[in-house]
Write a new protein. Structure first.
Length: 551
């Protein structure tokens, strides 16, 4: 086929799209197969700045994304499990980890592409175990990354001979600021600095992109990558936003400084590598390595700066319930049901915060926190009642349109959310109070198990809220699958507790009833949020009685 400009552009765009999708495939595979283990590792490995940075780097290598690490970190920081300085060290380490990923993905292991693809497909299709299927997904994603890089090389090779392309790329070499900003925008749009850097490096290897322009665009990808996490955490707690802003200041500011040095100094010939591709990737790796070292030194000043730029204002904490239920649109079912969903998302967010605040009560009981939890529980009960009344009043002007089924399903979800809030404010709080009044302590192993189980349930609560917002059928299936996983984990933890009980450990004996009841309360809360998925799956024919179908 003749390589016309349209064909070249189409092939290049398709190859770039495959690269972006393949990177996401690997990341979601790791999150689904090892997300729980990664979260526990991240939570436990933040004793000091060095270990925090190393943990962030390792997590980013596994997840293929520093942004994914930042989002995992946000949950722990909101729960108070990780402090601000440790959090910033984790993100800086994750930036370096994503640069290491790029080096790995452009190494000689690309020759294994056929084997990775074959083994990945066989595992994914033949295995019935969820974790093995996700490993298959990871292998398929890696194979597709290598394949997409080859396709980008083939698609872009005719551009190296094009006079128009050379003129455009020469312009980018002369206007590094434009190249920098274009790359930042592209990285933010595709939500993957890894994919962006791989694309720019491959174009440099084909001679399409001059080395100086490629380096400027790699620096721009670092700025864009920092903006991704910044925008995705805009609604997070203030301490999370302060840490992400600190990373943006260090990584984005560092990229701007590096761009200025690239423009002012003739340093391209001094960069090691031996090829345009390796020079480009070495700059990316060196930049993030230097950024980590400098960032660890500047963590405290950066934290003070972000605290000034984003002051912590908690005055809005006690504001009353604001409803988005609009009675004026009850005769417009689509808009009315959208209002109802938004109200339930707000309920879910409030319950998530309640869950985060409850677990510390077992370590240090605080009446002020208990009062706040009870206030939130009453507010959620009121929201649930108002929502059910609102749903009962939704009517359609079309006599053939069935609004009753949808209203019934959403009312059921609201009732389950209300029950979840009750589990926290009544059952879990009473257990914490009992432990405090009896002046007992969990065994070290028992407390670790409870903390880890709490974190798993918190993750599923967040997952349930996401399903409520997006109504994504795949995420709904995953949520129901997690319900079964939580049940199995709860049973296993009960058996481990009974084993310690038979050993006669004093701390285990004293807290046995509280330990078991807390496990079961967390399982009940998980079930309340898993039920969000059932109406959606039933509507799509994805349920057989109470089980997921195999289709």
């Amino acid at each position: 086929m003749e390589s016309t400009p349209v064909v070249i552009a189409l092939n290049l765009a398709a190859a770039a799209a495959l690269l972006i999708w393949a990177v996401r495939l690997v990341r979601t595979g790791f999150e689904r197969a090892f997300g729980g283990q990664l979260r526990q590792w991240l939570k436990r490995s933040t004793g000091n700045r060095a270990t925090s940075a190393a943990t962030g780097a390792g997590a980013a290598v596994l997840l293929q994304s520093s942004t994914a690490v930042a989002l995992l970190l946000a949950g722990f920081m909101s729960a108070g499990a990780i402090g601000g300085t440790a959090g910033l060290a984790v993100i800086l380490g994750a930036d370096l980890g994503s640069a290491i990923v790029v080096q790995i993905l452009t190494s000689r292991i690309s020759v294994l592409t056929p084997l990775l693809l074959l083994v990945g497909v066989l595992i994914f299709l033949r295995s019935s175990r969820r974790s093995l299927r996700q490993i298959g997904r990871i292998l398929i994603g890696l194979a597709l990354i290598f394949l997409s890089l080859d396709l980008i090389g083939e698609a872009s090779s005719p551009l190296a001979q094009s006079e128009a392309t050379r003129s455009a790329m020469t312009y980018l070499s002369d206007d590094l600021i434009t190249a920098f900003l274009l790359a930042a925008l592209f990285s933010w749009l595709v939500h993957s600095s890894v994919a962006a850097v791989l694309l720019f490096g491959t174009l440099a290897a084909q001679g399409v992109l001059p080395v100086q322009a490629a380096i400027a665009m790699v620096l721009g990808a670092n700025l864009g990558g920092a903006f991704i996490a910044f925008f995705l955490t805009l609604r997070s707690d203030i301490d999370v936003r302060q840490v992400v802003l600190g990373n943006l200041i260090l990584r984005g500011g560092g990229a701007c400084i590096a761009l200025a040095l690239l423009h002012a100094l003739e340093i391209v010939e001094l960069i090691p590598g031996g090829s345009a591709l390796q020079q480009t990737l070495n700059v990316h790796l060196g930049f993030n390595g230097a950024l980590l070292l400098i960032g660890l030194v500047l963590i405290n000043p950066t934290a003070r700066m972000t605290a000034l730029l984003l002051p912590d204002r908690k005055a809005a904490q006690a504001e009353g319930v604001r409803s988005v239920l609009d009675p004026k649109v009850q005769n417009q079912p689509a808009r009315a049901f959208a209002c109802a969903q938004r109200e339930m998302v707000d309920m879910g967010n409030r319950i998530e915060i309640m869950l985060r605040d409850t677990m510390p009560l077992f370590d240090q009981f605080d009446e002020a926190v208990v009062d706040r939890l009870r206030t939130e529980d009453r507010a959620i009960s009121r929201m649930s009642f108002d929502l059910r009344v609102y749903l009962s009043g939704i009517r359609s002007n079309d006599p053939n349109e069935d609004t009753g089924t949808r209203a019934f399903d959403l009312a059921g979800v609201a009732t389950n959310l209300e029950s979840g809030a009750d589990v926290i404010a009544r059952k879990m709080v009473s257990l914490a109070r009992r432990k405090h009044e009896e002046k007992t302590s969990f065994s070290e192993e028992g407390w670790q198990e409870l903390s880890d189980f709490h974190d798993k349930v918190l993750r599923n609560v967040q997952h349930g809220i996401a399903v409520l917002m997006t109504e994504d059928i795949g995420e709904a299936r995953e949520l129901v699958a997690q319900k079964e996983m939580i049940r199995e984990v709860e049973q296993r933890l009960e058996r481990k507790h009974l084993t310690r009980l038979r050993q006669g450990l004093t701390e285990t004996i004293e807290t046995s009833a509280i330990h078991i009841d807390l496990l079961r309360s967390l399982k009940m809360l998980n079930t309340a949020f898993a039920m969000i998925a059932y109406p959606l799956l039933k509507e799509k024919g994805e349920l057989l009685e109470s089980r997921l179908s195999n289709g």
